[in-house]
Design a protein around this ligand. Structure first.
Ligand code: PLP
Length: 410
C-alpha cells in the first residue's frame, strides 16, 4: 500500500493525534538533520564518548556469569541490582533513597511520559520553563493539557515571578498547576542552573499551592566547574518532587535506560502502569558495566571531553560574534543559549546559516507559545572542538549578513 492510500485512514487516529499530527516543527527538524553542516543543533553525545569496548566486555562477563538467565524474562541477578546502583548514586548526591522509591524506565523521555500517564487529565494545567525541552513539550501535547510557560533568567526558573503568578491565579479562581516540569541543572535549551535558594522556595510553593514538581536531571553529573546545588528532590520534605534521570548522557542514548525517584506510593503506580516493557538484559548489562567504579571513571572522562568543547565554543563566540550578541555561560551540560542582535529572526536565518556551514535549533522550537525568535540553542556536545570553531565562524558570518547596519557601526 502506498502513502496516499494510507492517508485515507487518518480518521482512525485518536482525536489527540489528529489535532497534533501536522507537526511543522518536525518538518523543520528534518531539514536541519539532513544538512551537511557542522551540527550544533543536536544534543547528541560525541561518538568517541561511547564505551563500545567496555560494553562488549561487560556483555561477555554477564553471559559468563548468568548464562541463559541474562536473556530470560526479568533477567538475571545483575538486572536486579541496577536499582541499588542508582539508589547509591542518588544518596551520594544527598537524596535519601531506597530501591522501593525507584522505578526504572526506557530513558528520561519514558520517565516523563510515565509521570504524565499517572497524574495528568485533559485540561490540567502544567507549568514549564519558557523555554523548555522540546521533547517534554511534545509529550505534554499528547495529554491535552494546558501548558503554561514560566519566566526564566540566568539563575533558572524565576521563582518570585512564579509565586506572583500562582497568587494571582488563586485570587482569580483560575486553574493552579497540577505539575511543574523543570530542568534545574544546565537546562535544555539555555544551559543555566537553578540556584539553591530558588530550589527551596519552589518546594515551599509546591506545598502551598498543592502541585507536583517533575525534576528532570539528565545533565547534573556533567558539571565542569562550580559547586553543585542540592537536587530539588533532596530538599523535598513533602514527597512532591519526582525526579527523572537517564543513562543517555553518561553511558549512551542507545541503552534507553532511565529511572524515576519518587514516593513509594507513586512508584507502585508507575510499576503497575508500565508493567511488561522492561529491557532486563540491558539493565543487567548496565549494572555489570557500572561495577567497580567504572561508571564514575567514565563520567570523569566525559567531563574532560565536554568541558574542552564548551570552552572552545565560549572562546569562539567571544572571538567571532558581532556586537549585540549575548550568550549563556553554562557550568556543565551540553548547551549554550544565544540571543542574536536586534532584528535577527533565528528561524528565518537558519537556511542561510546552513549554507554557511552550521546548523542550530531556533529558540522558537522550545516555547509552548510565542517566544525565542532572536534565540538559538547551540550544542557543543556532538561536534569536535575544531568543528565547533568552524561552526561558530559560519554562524557569525550568517549573523553579520543579517545585520549590515550593526556592521557599519562596528
Ligand atoms: C532535559 C532532557 N530530558 C530528557 C532528555 C531525553 O533523555 P532520554 O534519552 O533518556 O530519553 C533529554 C535529552 O535530550 C533532555 O535534554
Amino acid at each position: 500500500m502506498n502513502g496516499s492510500e494510507s492517508d485515507d485512514l487518518d480518521h482512525l487516529f485518536s482525536e489527540t493525534v489528529r489535532e497534533t499530527m501536522d507537526g511543522s516543527v518536525y518538518g523543520a527538524w528534518r531539514s536541519i538533520r539532513d544538512a551537511e553542516a557542522v551540527p550544533l543543533s543536536f544534543g547528541f553525545p560525541y561518538p568517541e564518548s561511547f564505551p563500545n569496548g567496555e560494553l562488549v566486555s561487560a556483555a561477555e562477563s554477564l553471559f559468563e556469569y548468568e548464562g541463559d538467565r541474562a536473556l530470560q524474562y526479568g533477567g538475571g541477578e545483575y538486572a536486579d541490582t541496577l536499582p541499588e546502583v542508582i539508589a547509591e548514586q542518588a544518596r551520594d548526591r544527598g537524596i535519601d533513597c531506597t530501591t522501593a522509591q525507584i522505578h526504572l524506565t526506557n530513558g528520561a523521555t519514558n520517565a516523563i511520559d510515565t509521570v504524565c500517564q499517572t497524574f495528568l487529565d485533559p485540561g490540567d494545567a502544567v507549568f514549564v520553563e519558557a523555554p523548555t525541552f522540546m521533547g517534554a513539550l511534545r509529550l505534554f501535547r499528547n495529554y491535552d493539557v494546558d501548558v503554561e510557560g514560566c519566566e526564566m533568567d540566568t539563575e533558572g526558573l524565576d521563582v518570585a515571578a512564579l509565586a506572583d503568578e500562582l497568587a494571582a491565579r488563586e485570587a482569580a479562581g483560575a486553574a493552579l498547576p497540577k505539575l511543574l516540569y523543570t530542568v534545574p541543572n544546565f537546562h535544555n535549551p539555555t544551559g543555566v542552573t537553578l540556584s539553591a535558594d530558588r530550589r527551596r522556595r519552589l518546594c515551599e510553593l509546591a506545598e502551598t499551592y498543592d502541585f507536583l514538581v517533575l525534576e528532570d536531571d539528565p545533565y547534573g553529573q556533567l558539571r565542569y566547574e562550580g559547586a553543585e546545588p542540592p537536587p530539588i528532590r533532596a530538599l523535598d520534605d513533602a514527597g512532591r518532587v519526582i525526579r527523572a534521570n537517564t543513562f543517555s548522557k553518561t553511558i549512551a542514548p542507545g541503552v534507553r535506560t532511565g529511572w524515576i525517584i519518587a514516593e513509594e506510593s507513586f512508584v507502585e503506580q508507575f510499576d503497575r502502569i508500565n508493567a511488561g516493557g522492561e529491557p532486563s538484559y540491558t539493565r543487567g548489562l548496565i549494572a555489570r558495566y557500572a561495577e567497580d567504579g567504572r561508571l564514575d571513571r567514565a563520567i570523569e572522562e566525559l567531563r574532560a571531553g565536554y568541558s574542552e568543547r564548551r570552552d572552545r565554543m565560549l572562546e569562539s563566540l567571544a572571538e567571532r560574534m558581532p556586537p549585540g550578541t549575548w550568550w549563556s555561560e553554562p557550568e556543565g551540560g551540553f548547551f549554550v543559549w544565544v540571543e542574536f542582535p536586534e532584528g535577527v529572526d533565528a528561524e528565518a536565518m537558519l537556511p542561510a546559516a546552513i549554507d554557511e556551514g552550521v546548523t542550530y535549533l531556533p529558540g522558537s522550537f522550545f516555547y509552548a507559545d510565542d517566544g525565542g525568535t532572536r534565540n538559538a540553542r547551540l550544542s557543543f556536545s556532538h561536534a569536535s572542538p575544531a568543528e565547533i570553531d568552524e561552526g561558530i565562524a559560519a554562524l557569525a558570518t550568517a549573523v553579520r549578513a543579517e545585520t549590515p547596519a550593526l556592521e557599519a557601526d562596528d
